[in-house]
Design a protein around this ligand. Structure first.
Ligand SMILES: [Zn+2]
Length: 432
C-alpha cells in the first residue's frame, strides 16, 4: 500500500461531515487535482467525544460509497503509541506513531554504537542536493542525535512491528510523528532520524517533524515565514535524498500537522512541492467542528442560540477547557467579548467573529480559539447538538465543504501535477 502524492488529513470530531469533506475533494478532482482523504482522530479526541475508532471507519466507508469516490482513502490512528494502538488495529489503515514523548530517553550503549558505526559513511562534509550549505557531520553531532532520537526511533520500530504483526506488512501506511517535540528538528537531524528508521526497517511513508514557529490551533501561523520556507524546502530535499540513500519507500513525504488554517504557509508549501516534485500530507484536523458552529449560527433560530450557549459556557469553564491546549493556543482573555454582548449578536455578527477571515475587522482571533477548544461542551450537549446539525444540514455542509476547498485545497494543491512523485523517478524514467 503506497500513499498517493497528495493527501489531506481531515478531522471530524462528531463524525457527520464525511460527505461534505469528500465533496470538497471531489471538487478538486474535477479541477484535475487528486488529493486523497485521510480521516484522522486521536485517542484523546475519541475519549472526549465518546466515539470509538470503528465509528471513523464507518463514516469514511459510508461517505466514499455515498459520493462514489474512486480513489484511495485512509483512516488514521492519529498520535498512537504502544499502549493505545490496540483498539485502532481493526479500523485503521494509516498509523501515526507518535514518539515525541521518548525523545531524549537514552538508548542502550550497544544501539548507540551500532548507529554510529552504520553512520560512519556520512561523516565529513555532507552535501544534500537542493540544500545550499553542506553539513559538517562528525561524531559529536551523530552522538547527540543518537542520544536525542535513537530510543524514540526504536520505540517507533516496536509499535510498527506490533501493527504489522496484526495487519500484515504492506497493508497499511506508516507515519512517524515528532511534531509534538519541544524543539524543531534541523534538516540534519531529520536526515539521521530517517536513517535510524530505515535501520529499524520501518517502511515510513510520511514523517511529521516539528517546524520552526508556532502552529496554534485553528489560527494562522505565528513565526518567521522566510525561515519556515527555507526549513520546509530543506526538509523536502532531505527526504528526496534519504529515499535514495536509505532505500526508503518512494512515496515517503512530509506530513504537516498544521493545527489547521496555516493560510500564510500554503503558498510557500505550494511553490516548494511544485518546484521539487515532492508529495505532501497536510493534517488540517479540527476546524471542521468550527464550521459546524458557523453553519448553526448562520442558520439562525435554535442553531444560533446553541452557538451562543457554547460560548457562554466556554467563558465559565475557561481554565478547564484551555488546560489541555495551553502550548497550542494564545488567547488574550481580557479581549474576549462579553457573553452578554455575544447573546445579542445576529447570525452575521457571530459568523463574522468566528470565521477565519483575517481581512475582516470583525474576525476575532481570541473568540475563535476559545470556541475551538470548547468542543467538549457540544459533546456534552449530546442530542441537542447532533439533532441541530442534522436540521441545519444545508448550512453546515456548505460551510464545511467551502472552507475545505476554498481556503485549504485550492491554495495548496491546485495547479500541481498530482500523479508523479519526486524528480528522481522522473529522471530515471527519462533515461530508460
Ligand atoms: Zn500532530
Amino acid at each position: 500500500m503506497n500513499i498517493e502524492k497528495f493527501s489531506l488529513g481531515i478531522g471530524d470530531r462528531f463524525g457527520l461531515e464525511g460527505v461534505a469533506q469528500l465533496r470538497a475533494l471531489q471538487k478538486a478532482e474535477a479541477e484535475g487535482a487528486i488529493v486523497v482523504p485521510v480521516w484522522n482522530k486521536s485517542n484523546r479526541e475519541h475519549t472526549i467525544i465518546g466515539t470509538v475508532p470503528d465509528d471513523v471507519r464507518g463514516e469514511a466507508d459510508a461517505a466514499v460509497k455515498m459520493c462514489g469516490w474512486k480513489h484511495s482513502y485512509y483512516v488514521d490512528a492519529d498520535h498512537i503509541g504502544f499502549t493505545t494502538v490496540e483498539k485502532f488495529l481493526n479500523s485503521s489503515n494509516f498509523f501515526t506513531i507518535d514518539v515525541a514523548d521518548y525523545i531524549g530517553k537514552e538508548a542502550s550503549q550497544e544501539s548507540v554504537e551500532g548507529f554510529l558505526r552504520a553512520m560512519d559513511d556520512y561523516t565529513g562534509i555532507l552535501s544534500i542536493p537542493g540544500i545550499p550549505a553542506p553539513f559538517e557531520v562528525n561524531d559529536s553531532l551523530l552522538k547527540s542525535i543518537a542520544r536525542k532520537y535513537l530510543y524514540a526511533i526504536e520505540e517507533a520500530g516496536k509499535v510498527y512491528r506490533a501493527i504489522a504483526a496484526k495487519k500484515g506488512e504492506g497493508n497499511f501506511i506508516t507515519e512517524v510523528s515528532v511534531d509534538e517535540a519541544s524543539s524543531p528538528q534541523t534538516p540534519a537531524e531529520l536526515f539521521f532520524i530517517l536513517a535510524a528508521l530505515a535501520q529499524e526497517k520501518v517502511p515510513i511513508q510520511t514523517i511529521a517533524p516539528k517546524f520552526t514557529g508556532s502552529f496554534l490551533k485553528g489560527i494562522d501561523y505565528v513565526g518567521d515565514i522566510k525561515k519556515f520556507a527555507r526549513e520546509f524546502e530543506d526538509d523536502l530535499a532531505v527526504i528526496a535524498y534519504a529515499i535514495k540513500t536509505f532505500k526508503l519507500p518512494q512515496s515517503l513525504k512530509l506530513s504537516v500537522h498544521s493545527g489547521s488554517d496555516k493560510f500564510s504557509l500554503y503558498s510557500i508549501m505550494h511553490q516548494a512541492v511544485k518546484k521539487s516534485g515532492a508529495g505532501l500530507h497536510l493534517k488540517t484536523a479540527g476546524t471542521t467542528w468550527l464550521e459546524e458552529i458557523i453553519g448553526l449560527a448562520a442558520a439562525g433560530g435554535e442553531g444560533l442560540v446553541l452557538a451562543k450557549d457554547v460560548y457562554a459556557q466556554a467563558i465559565q469553564r475557561y481554565d478547564e477547557l484551555c488546560k489541555p491546549y495551553l502550548t497550542v493556543i494564545d488567547i488574550n482573555k481580557a479581549k474576549l467579548p462579553d457573553p452578554k454582548i455575544v447573546a445579542s449578536w445576529s447570525s452575521q455578527q457571530y459568523v463574522a467573529a468566528l470565521q477565519h477571515n483575517q481581512s475582516s475587522d470583525s474576525y476575532d482571533r481570541n473568540f475563535r480559539q476559545l470556541v475551538h477548544v470548547s468542543f467538549r461542551i457540544a459533546a456534552e450537549m449530546g442530542q441537542r447538538y447532533l439533532g441541530l446539525l442534522k436540521e441545519c444540514r444545508k448550512e453546515v455542509e456548505e460551510n464545511v465543504a467551502t472552507n475545505l476547498y476554498e481556503r485549504h485545497i485550492k491554495p495548496l494543491f491546485l495547479g500541481i501535477e498530482t500523479n508523479v512523485f519526486h524528480e528522481t523517478p522522473r529522471h530515471e524514467a527519462a533515461r530508460v
